[in-house]
Design a protein. Sequence first.
Length: 425
Amino acid sequence: MRDLLITNARLIDPATGLDGPGALLVQGGVIADLGPGLTAPEGAEVIDAAGTCLAPGLVDLRANLGEPGAEHRETIASAAAAAAAGGITTVCVLPDTDPALDDPALLSFMIRRGEATGSVSLLPYGAATAGCAGKELAEFGLLREAGAIAFTDGARAIGNARTMRIALSYARAFGAFVVQHPEEPALASGGAATEGELATRLGLPGIPPAAEAMMVARDIALARITGGHVHFAHVSTIGALDLIRAAKAEGLKVTADTAPPYFDLNETAIGDYRTYAKLSPPLRTEADRQAVVAALADGTIDAIASDHQPHDADDKRLPFAQAAAGGTGLATLLGVTLARVHGGDLSMGIALGLLTCKPAALLGLDCGRLAKGAPADLVLFHPDRGWKVEAGKLPGKAQNSPFDGRALEGRVLGTWKAGKRVFGA
């Protein structure tokens, strides 16, 4: 592999607070040096960044890739292409596939398939319960040994309190945490939109926002009892955020992430039964959206995840209440996050930290930073270059974006994995 020098860049490393002009040298797949005044070794490839931003490759804390079991929706190869186009070099894969990732051999398979792409590291979650069915616990020890980064049932809540209590205890014993889909199952069952005036006017079955806060309150109590670490995925309501903020102040092992739809869209995006905007959890009120933005800024939320849920056209071309919930998110992760920077809600450092070093630190990963000796997983992007999200023209197989038609500023120009260029605009 040739040496690579990227010059005339705005180097941004949220892990150290670096944000300034300079160059970065890659040798042997790792960052050899960075800063002003670097010169290219003989024979090196030189790229002039022309003042655009060079940051660590994004670390996506939460994505479903379809494969295995739903290759008609997305394959590992198509998801890897979408991730590279979005500047993502590490993807944490949910286990609620078919079959579920509750067997060590399946985890090893996913890791190998990621390596085979040459463009993305796939880090699988282990199923918290057998088959992600919420009943019997999976074999945490064997799954952890096989490479499970944490444990979850993915888009399915672990509804039984006793099961969740034991899962938190077991995960703690293996130095891991449990990721919860925070939605009380009985209250959410059959719902299609956030309960309220809009859902009533559209005649849609509602899910009360309290369904999220109730599950968060329960699992915070269980974390207090067990000393275990609970992580809440795609948090979207004021009530849940207030509980998480208080639990952190108490010193409990509680963390959380959210996804771009919950800080960029509100419930009005479902419009006249627009199924691309049917998500789980559902889109919330404008007050909830603003609360999520505030929680990103004050550190209550620890990471931004794509929450990528690929579906094909047949899944979405149904009456709203029957359509599948979920949206694609890999290619739009950076652009939608940067909208909050352009809007003045977040600094560039905070926004990129939520996409790089913070999720990496949560998982104990050696990525998400610009440092000598660190893997040369990089994204080069123009923060102001505009583009439009158009379903049917996005990279990857799945096109069910809730941001279809959205104009964004922030275009990925290049992505490198271990020093190898895997995307170039």
